[in-house]
Design a protein around this ligand. Structure first.
Ligand code: ADP
Length: 396
């Protein structure tokens, strides 16, 4: 059975075609710069190809994806009808969607209600979904939400210290994000440790970054909140901040509220602190050349990860395993080192040399045998989770 996984952004559409019997990736690629000119499709199937093509909208893009997937030279299937189901990544599910679900017209209507929770991402998810449902009719389209994994958070973790009636009426609470990755890492960690009942802290450190506390396979807390702005310092997001800063910024800079929120999402984080870049490759290079603000950004980023690890060890009454994943978690030893050093109170010992010289793209055990906490790098695989969820839900 073949499943197509779609991750739609506002101007891009990433895809991956899986053969589910073997969970093998048959083809993958991205239609990029949709609707903004100079658009192209980059495809890896039987062969790689870069196609310059006018892609004015997501519908044209998905049609082009199907063209290349069925192309005799570059494709991997003879006909689009070989695709049994499509899995769609959706960033926010609100309180309404707590698990993956088949898209119907009424489900789609409900998604519109959730746009406010993720105004940057939801319109893109809807565009991608609409285009795919139109072009690939008669097969299940399954929605897999980035918030579902966090829906098990207890009230003490998910609620804000605001008027409870406002939570009830306006659904103002913490939803978290990156749940698909946190779920994958949690399942992989259970395989490694060989049991279901253990305390895990997942550090998903990418351009967007979040930690989750996972007790016995269920998420009990996570760092992102009502939106992905809360929690860790990120590539361009401030993370936790006193909301009074927003009012102060508005007064001092003459901004309106959306300018202030856009600033906190796009101009802050390590990019704002360093003045160099949001990319940790640039930051580590700059820091090694003596740039103090780049060094400060790396230190601040790592400090907050460490702080939340302490918090999550506290709320779970200890931690058995810490797993690093995503772009920075997998590739930036400087961050892992700052997080893991001086964690003797948790009994963590790890191989400092291996941390700097470990193979890329593989699961690596960093902790030493005498460490009280297992520490691993585990490459994330969000597309595979979406494909598995799509298979599970569509074969019900
Ligand atoms: P997202 O999916 O949120 O865009 P990623 O998980 O791809 O983010 O992570 C992106 C970040 O990971 C980059 O901004 C960069 O800082 C870091 N990164 C990726 N690859 C490397 C690498 N080889 N070395 C150091 N940092 C890397």
């Amino acid at each position: 059975m073949k499943i197509l996984v779609i991750n739609a952004g506002s101007s891009s559409l990433k895809y991956r075609l899986f053969e589910m019997e073997t969970e093998q990736v048959l083809a993958k690629g991205v239609a990029d710069r949709i609707g903004i000119g100079n658009s192209f499709l980059k495809h890896t199937g039987k062969k790689e190809i870069l196609i310059d093509k006018n892609l004015p909208n997501h519908e044209v893009a998905i049609k082009e994806v199907l063209e290349v997937l069925t192309d005799p030279e570059y494709g991997v299937i003879k006909d689009a009808s070989e695709i049994s189901a499509v899995g769609h990544r959706v960033v926010a599910g609100g309180e309404y969607f707590t698990e993956s679900i088949i898209a119907t017209d009424s489900v789609r209507e409900k998604m519109r209600d959730i746009i406010e929770l993720a105004p940057l991402h939801m319109p893109a998810s809807l565009m991608g979904l609409d285009a795919c449902r139109k072009v690939m009719q008669g097969i299940p389209h399954v929605l897999v939400f980035d918030t579902s994994f966090h829906s098990t958070m207890p009230d003490v973790a998910k609620l804000y210290g605001i008027d409870y009636d406002d939570y009830k009426e306006l659904k103002i609470r913490r939803y978290g994000a990156h749940g698909i990755s946190h779920q994958y890492i949690s399942e992989e960690s259970a395989k490694i440790i060989g049991r279901k009942n253990f305390n895990l802290i997942v550090c998903h450190l990418g351009n967007g970054a979040s930690l989750s506390a996972v007790k016995n396979g269920k998420c009990v807390d996570t760092t992102m909140g009502f939106t992905p702005l809360e929690g860790l310092i990120m590539g361009t997001r401030s993370g936790d901040i006193d909301p009074s800063v927003v009012q102060y910024l508005i007064n001092k800079k003459g901004w309106d509220i959306s300018q202030a929120i856009s600033y906190l999402n796009k101009s802050c984080g390590v990019k704002g602190i360093s003045g160099v870049s949001s990319d940790f490759r640039d930051l580590t290079t700059a820091a090694n050349e003596g740039n103090e603000r780049a060094q400060l950004a790396i230190d601040m980023f790592s400090y907050r990860v460490k702080k939340y690890i302490g918090a999550y060890a506290a709320v779970m009454d200890g931690v058995d395993m810490i797993a690093f994943t995503a772009g920075i978690g997998e590739n930036t030893p400087e961050v892992r080192e700052r997080v893991l050093d001086n964690m003797s109170y948790l009994g963590i010992t790890y191989d400092k040399e291996l941390n700097y010289n470990c193979p890329r793209g593989e699961t690596v055990k960093l902790s030493k045998d005498d460490s009280k906490v297992l520490v691993y790098i585990i490459p994330t695989n969000e597309e595979l989770v979406i494909a598995r969820e799509t298979l599970r839900v569509s074969s019900k």
